[in-house]
Unconditional design. Structure first.
Length: 371
């Protein structure tokens, strides 16, 4: 630690908490740079999440809520806070832990042990579903076939569907995930860089799938990742901290590094990006995918087959890379189509403002029109 950091640490320790004015401040909040004591940090952290839940009407009394649990810091803190708030404010929710075993040796098998301990600590029922049982493939097997470059595409698609399947088995009304403010800001940046209007339009929503049987909510939408880490550390929560061995090459990593650089220059950049996405307005003419159901498995799909069935079929036929190339091509076509529609609408709007008086009498002559 440098001398400057040591001096800053001593300076922070000498300061009194900005909230209670009594105890020494030991925490500087990344979100607003407020210096506070540990006890006040716990209180404001939990109260802000409670306000997010209440102001967005995320739950109703009597609902069964499945907490997506991976054993990592986000889902462990989510289980802690949901259990605490449910009792403190009498939400009247029936909570479950729902974990997905992707089949990643040395990563998921270890993190699931943490989830099992969490289940005992919080007294919440736990359900574990595996890719192997659902799809006949583990992620280790998938990576051995397709390599490291595009494995996150398979994992993301399969995991989303697996969570829904698990929630149905549990009889849940809703799913809550530990996606935090950093995650959302990264997603906004990724969709901007991809030009993915459909996802950009919904990625900042605190609840998705509201019209479906299983809405998903994000109580940590405005909660900084650093504060989640601090909460877990000072609360001495039991969580798994190793990164997925297959994720270093993920596209999200580039957005994450860029966001970190922005945060150094402007701490509010994370929330600013989310608020910007919330206030984006999309033209009503913009063509969005029409959602239906997959002919094979009944899951939500914008085509005849859902992405999970398309990828699984390709794996079983020994042609996974062809399915990835087709999906990437279709994604590019959808993006170009949306952009072309926007450009055409812009041109039509511009042309509709022109009147005959906009042209000079000499610009079109009888002789030029008859030639």
């Amino acid at each position: 630690m440098s001398e400057k950091q040591q001096n800053q640490g001593r300076s922070t320790q000498r300061k009194k908490c900005e909230i209670c004015k009594e105890k020494n401040a030991i925490i500087k909040r990344p979100k607003n740079l407020q210096t506070i004591c540990k006890e006040c940090f716990f209180t404001v952290f939990e109260e802000e999440i409670h306000q997010t839940i209440i102001s967005n009407s995320l739950f109703s009394p009597g609902e069964k809520v499945a907490i997506a649990a991976s054993g990592g810091k986000d889902s462990t803190v989510l289980a802690e806070v949901m259990t605490l708030l449910n009792k403190k404010y009498n939400y009247g929710l029936e909570l479950f832990l729902l974990s997905i075993d992707e089949g990643i040796t040395g990563y998921r098998d270890d993190s699931l042990e943490t989830v099992k301990r969490n289940q005992e600590q919080y007294g919440i029922p736990l359900k574990i579903l595996s890719y192997k049982d659902l799809y006949g493939w583990s992620m280790d097997q998938i990576v051995s076939v397709i390599g490291l470059k595009n494995n996150c595409t398979f994992c993301g698609v399969f995991r989303r569907q697996a969570l829904d399947r698990g929630a149905v088995i549990l009889g849940a009304n809703k799913i809550v995930t530990g996606h935090n403010a950093d995650d959302l800001a990264e997603t906004v940046l990724m969709n901007l860089l991809r030009g993915d209007i459909a996802r950009l339009r919904r990625c900042a929503a605190i609840t998705t799938g509201q019209d479906s049987a299983l809405p998903r909510s994000k109580p940590f939408k405005y909660t900084y990742e650093k504060e989640i880490v601090m909460y877990a550390y000072f609360k001495k929560l039991d969580y798994f901290s190793t990164e997925c061995i297959y994720s270093p090459n993920a596209y999200r990593g580039y957005a994450r590094e860029y966001l970190k650089d922005l945060e150094v220059a402007r701490p509010s950049a994370i929330i600013d990006i989310i608020h910007s996405a919330e206030n984006m307005h999309f033209k009503s003419e913009t063509k969005m995918p029409t959602l239906g159901t997959c002919e094979r498995c009944g899951y939500i799909a914008s085509n005849r087959l859902c992405k999970a069935c398309v990828l699984l079929e390709a794996l079983n036929k020994g042609k996974p890379k062809m399915a990835l190339e087709k999906e990437q091509k279709n994604s590019l076509l959808r993006t170009n189509s949306a952009n072309n529609n926007n450009n055409n609408n812009n041109n039509n709007n511009n042309n509709s403002t022109l009147t005959p008086t906009s042209f000079s009498s000499s610009s079109v002559s009888p002789s030029s029109s008859s030639s």
